[in-house]
Design a protein around this ligand. Structure first.
Ligand code: URP
Ligand code: ZN
Ligand code: ZN
Ligand code: ZN
Length: 472
């Protein structure tokens, strides 16, 4: 046969076009996109379905140490299984440097954890938490040269925060090496001030997590990150933007010609701070504790405007799963005593695509092309995976999600594949659902079942950010 696999009769969507075509696959690559592709060893009937580039989720936390006695709910096997079931063919987790440790040694640890465990491909970003002279002078430049072309820095969290001088120093390394810096923009000191005041007043329930880090705190840090990036002349990505205040800073930066990218996430279009407000005192608000916190209806409307108008380049999950009803998860003894100790993060790698499709495409807020750009193509372009991943065209990896645009589903914990024991979207109704995920030509998930093999997914090297495609 001419092809290993043909996907026939579907409607192909890319970031620029929507058209009727068959897709022919050989040796894991797309080798034909044509009216008719015949003579394949296996055919999949995609009539009535959308044929989309597999989702690329460029913001996923897996197996990260998260504080004493706290265990992240996903390892590489469960995170990639969950991602595959949700229509994704590639995730980008973080290799976190722990303070006092060599960055290189930490990266090697994550690569070892991922090796043999992944259902789909992964490509690591770094997290720099300890920019020692050794890290700035040798380790970071060497890693950025060797296929890790982006790293994240934090402006908050006790174990991760960098001060302004450290931010400038790591930005400068990124500029020299042509790397992209992802910035968690929330101001450490302002959050500490608010937290201590709330605790003195006895306001320690999960809801006060949202009160302790209002939009002002995010806006101030966003502005500071942008100013430092302008001083150094380095491109940055402001990750997980939650509302209008930070967006205004990003628009302002772009109007000055600065290379500032932006990401948002499902929680900022579907959840609000009220979700952290438990109905009774059962601590269930802890299920929604993430940073920045979800805001309000007006913020959701602002985020939609940004998704429509192109303020946002990428829509990622920020999957950061902890079990709820578990002393090693959200509810450690300390976590029960104050919001300050509840681990930050929510699971979402499997529900990202259905939520944006349903709330965005099915409602007519965004086009199908924009959906593809926000969930796949732009991730590949910005993070150096293009033109290998991120589109449906000859030469690309055969990474494809078959999508039923009319299927109605209700998101429930029992149908998901992550390691968490809850979903923040329990009972959330969606229209549009992934029915099959094909990764490098192999069916890895089908109708809610993960059918691929652990170890099929590989750790990918990347090119410089934006290489092979304009940085948007
Ligand atoms: O609350 C969050 N987002 N936790 C994950 C870590 C991060 O800051 O992205
Ligand atoms: Zn973050
Ligand atoms: Zn951009
Ligand atoms: Zn994150």
């Amino acid at each position: 046969p001419d092809y290993d696999l043909a996907i026939r009769g579907g409607t192909v969507a890319t970031a620029s076009d929507v058209f009727r075509a068959d897709v022919g696959i050989r040796a894991g690559r797309i080798v034909a996109v044509a009216d008719r592709v015949e003579g394949a060893a296996r055919e999949i009937d995609a009539s009535g379905l959308l044929v989309l580039p597999g989702g690329i989720d460029s913001h996923v936390h897996v197996s990260q140490p998260s504080g004493p006695g706290i265990v992240m709910a996903d390892d590489f096997a469960s995170a990639t299984a969950s991602a595959a079931a949700g229509g994704n063919t590639c995730i980008m987790p973080f290799a976190l440097q722990q303070r006092g440790m060599s960055l290189r040694a930490c990266v090697d640890d994550y690569v070892r954890l991922a090796d043999g465990a992944c259902h789909i491909d992964v490509a690591f970003h770094l997290i720099v938490s300890d920019p020692t002279p050794e890290v700035l002078g040798q380790e970071l430049p060497a890693l950025l040269k060797s296929g890790y072309s982006s790293f994240k820095v934090f402006m908050t969290y006790d174990d991760l925060v960098l001060n302004d001088r450290q931010l400038l120093d790591v930005f400068d390394v990124a500029r020299r090496e042509g790397a992209l810096v992802m910035v968690h923009a929330e101001g450490y000191d302002a959050i500490r001030f608010m937290t201590e005041r709330l605790e003195r007043e006895g306001r320690t329930a999960p809801y006060y997590h949202a009160v302790s880090r209002p939009e002002i705190v995010e806006r101030e840090a966003t502005h500071r990150a942008i100013s430092h990036a302008e001083l150094v002349d380095v491109p940055i990505m402001i990750v997980h933007v939650s509302g209008k205040e930070a967006m205004e800073q990003i628009r302002w930066a772009r109007s000055r010609g600065l290379k500032v990218h932006a990401e948002t996430c499902p929680q900022y279009i579907t959840l609000t701070a009220d979700d952290l407000q438990a109905v009774d005192m059962d601590m269930s608000g802890a299920k929604y504790v993430c940073s920045p916190p979800p805001r309000d209806a007006a913020s959701q409307a602002a985020i939609w405007e940004g998704l429509e108008q192109g303020v946002f380049d990428t829509f990622s999950s920020d999957h950061c799963p902890f079990r709820f009803d578990d002393p090693a998860g959200k509810l450690t003894p300390k976590g029960r005593s104050s919001f300050r100790w509840v681990p930050n993060g929510i699971p979402g790698v499997e529900t990202r695509l259905p939520i944006l499709f349903s709330e965005g495409v099915s409602t007519g807020r965004i086009s199908l092309q924009r959906f593809v750009a926000l969930t796949s193509t732009n991730h590949a372009r910005i993070y150096g995976l293009y033109p290998r991943k991120g589109s449906i065209a000859v030469g690309f990896d055969a990474d494809i999600a078959l999508w039923d645009p009319n299927r109605r589903e209700t998101i429930r914990q029992e149908i998901l594949h992550h390691g968490a024991d809850y979903t923040p979207w329990e009972g959330f109704a969606v229209t549009g659902w992934p029915v099959m995920t094909v990764a490098r030509g192999e069916v890895v998930a089908e109708n809610g079942r993960v059918v691929g093999q652990k170890g099929f997914g590989r750790a990918l090297e990347r090119t410089a950010p934006g290489a092979g495609g304009t940085v948007l």
